[in-house]
Write a protein that binds this ligand. Structure first.
Ligand SMILES: Cc1cc2nc3c(=O)[nH]c(=O)nc-3n(C[C@H](O)[C@H](O)[C@H](O)COP(=O)(O)OP(=O)(O)OC[C@H]3O[C@@H](n4cnc5c(N)ncnc54)[C@H](O)[C@@H]3O)c2cc1C
Ligand code: FES
Ligand code: FES
Length: 497
């Protein structure tokens, strides 16, 4: 049974199959058709809803999510808000009123999703007021596509809604709501969530026991990769173990050497941690999918998915990350470099799962740069992703790590190109050798995101970008970058990310 609140009212849904999406539940079981289906793959945002979960103080905090790829069973113990739940009678919520007044809707198909993203932005602004910069607006609305209106009026609505008189939905007046939702989240360890096929263990021991009994069951975390197997490939997902609520998988532990990140930690939780030690990694996370996806997707899911174009694996490889794998036979540690074996094949045994990912601290003088190339800046998968780590020691490069996504069947480092730079001054000759080595040692794929030739050229160009950036930061190591000559001067800003 799924036990949750929908627009302030308790809902108990029996006999929901394991692979039912939240969108399907809303439209076919609960007759809530305001939430639309566009792509059914997390790309368009038409199905956006707001999911409220109690924070440490017991207050409901709302995030936007794509209903089409959210497992319905993940609603258990949440407050779901849909577009039907915003207006109080004839009185529109400010997010709706501003959309009307700014003429921000035409055919209206995207509008419920956009209103729900605006609603979560509105709620976030109330909790933590901050200037609505261009970055914040893109962050809030980057996962919502509109084919007819154009984004200027939608942006106007986002900027205007804060000036409307507060008009809360009726359910917001229920002082008991947060407590009632929190009560639904009482520990129900090992209790099957539905028909024995969708189980959400609450701790490591229960997860191990389930993996021992049903090693072949699929694990689901955010579902933002897995659910596409049902919506796009029409596969049945009838035996699922949900790892999102496993307490130990949600812990972030800081040590003197770095951070152990629990595999079920969502990307939105990870970003603030990355900002100080790895600004380039944090910047990448803002280009990872959309807020709807980042709110649900986990770091463990991104690694376990083992996609050649996953964004975090190359960065983790450049940082020499390690994994803690766990299962009924105990835990073991593995360098991430030994985890990816072949296309979508990993070193994970059938009964194992990823428990945590270790992010080593960068040495004080070490650097990390990350560049993602994709067709669109917002909500797009990488064609090529490069993550470079190195340090300069007395004018020569040391500990050079060059890692790439999109350049082979798996995310991987380029050891021959690394060797061409190791112990060398970062000059044009060393980088020309590294670039030639790269072309020989990596065999990129051709797909809709780019041909193999494009990817090879782009990866080589990113190496050249690195050389120019080092020259700009540390002074020219060769003749063709003269920082006193305005024609060749390389500014840090131009190569910031
Ligand atoms: C519209 C859209 C845009 C996207 N954009 C990006 C992008 O820009 N960059 C990018 O890298 N990815 C992107 N993705 C892919 C996806 O969001 C990420 O890979 C995400 O990190 C997956 O995490 P999840 O928690 O949702 O994993 P899930 O979908 O729940 O699981 C993914 C896989 O990992 C397995 N798994 C999950 N947790 C564990 C665990 N602890 N141990 C072992 N196996 C486990 C599952 O069984 C499944 O096979 C996008 C997806 C969509 C739909
Ligand atoms: S229907 Fe397009 S994101 Fe869900
Ligand atoms: S109003 Fe038609 S898609 Fe946005």
């Amino acid at each position: 049974m799924i036990d949750f609140y929908l627009n302030g009212r308790r809902q108990r849904c029996q006999d929901v199959t394991a692979d039912t999406s939240l969108l399907e539940l809303l439209r076919t079981r609960l007759d809530q058709t305001g939430t639309k289906e566009g792509c059914a793959s997390g790309d368009c945002g038409a199905c956006t809803v707001a999911i409220g979960e109690p924070d440490a103080d017991g207050k409901l905090v709302y995030h936007n999510a794509n209903a089409c790829i959210t497992p319905a069973h993940q609603l258990d113990g949440c407050h779901l808000v849909t577009v039907e739940g915003l207006a109080a009678g004839e009185r529109l919520h400010p997010a709706q009123a501003a959309m009307v007044d700014c003429h921000a809707s035409q055919c209206g198909f995207c509008t419920p999703g956009i209103v729900m993203s605006l609603f979560t932005l509105y709620e976030n602004q109330r909790r933590q007021p901050a200037p609505l910069t261009q970055d914040r607006l893109e962050e809030a609305l980057g996962g919502n596509l509109c084919r007819c209106t154009g984004y200027r009026p939608i942006r106007d609505a986002a900027l205007a809604m804060g000036d409307y008189p507060a008009a809360d939905p009726e359910w917001a007046e229920d002082a008991q709501l947060a407590g009632n939702v929190a009560w639904l989240r009482r520990p129900r360890n090992g209790e099957p969530a539905a028909g024995g096929h969708y189980v959400a263990p609450q701790d490591l021991a229960a997860l191990r026991a389930l993996k021992a009994r049903r090693p072949g069951a699929r694990l689901v975390a955010g579902g933002t990769d897995l659910w596409l197997e049902t919506t796009q490939q029409l596969k049945a997902l009838d035996d699922l173990i949900d790892v999102r609520q496993v307490a130990e998988l949600n812990v972030i532990e800081e040590t003197t050497e770095g951070w152990w990140i629990g595999a079920a930690v969502t990307l939105v939780r990870l970003i603030p941690l990355l900002a100080a030690p790895y600004p380039a990694f944090a910047h990448l996370m803002h280009r990872f999918a959309s807020s709807q996806i980042r709110n649900r997707a986990t770091l463990g899911g991104n690694v376990a998915n083992a996609s050649p174009i996953g964004d975090t694996p190359p960065v983790l490889l450049a940082l020499d990350a390690r994994l803690r794998l766990d299962g009924p036979r105990g835990a073991r540690e593995l360098p991430l470099a030994d985890f990816f074996l072949d296309y979508k094949r990993t070193a994970l045994a059938e009964d194992e799962f990823i428990a945590a990912i270790f992010l080593p601290r960068l040495a004080a003088e070490a650097n990390l740069k990350v560049w993602k190339l994709s067709k669109r800046r917002e909500d797009d998968i990488s064609a090529v992703l490069a993550a470079f780590a190195w340090r300069l020691d007395d004018g020569v490069m040391r500990d050079v790590h060059l890692a790439f996504g999109g350049m082979a069947a798996i995310p991987r480092r380029a050891p021959v190109a690394e060797a061409a730079l190791e112990g060398r001054a970062p000059d044009a000759a060393a980088f020309a050798e590294a670039r030639a080595a790269l072309a020989g040692e990596l065999t990129p794929m051709s797909d809709v995101r780019g041909s193999a030739d494009y990817r090879r050229l782009a990866a080589g160009n990113l190496l050249e970008r690195l050389r120019l950036m080092i020259a700009a930061e540390h002074g020219p190591a060769d003749d063709d970058v003269d920082n006193n000559n305005p024609a060749t001067k390389v500014t840090l800003d131009a190569y910031a990310h």
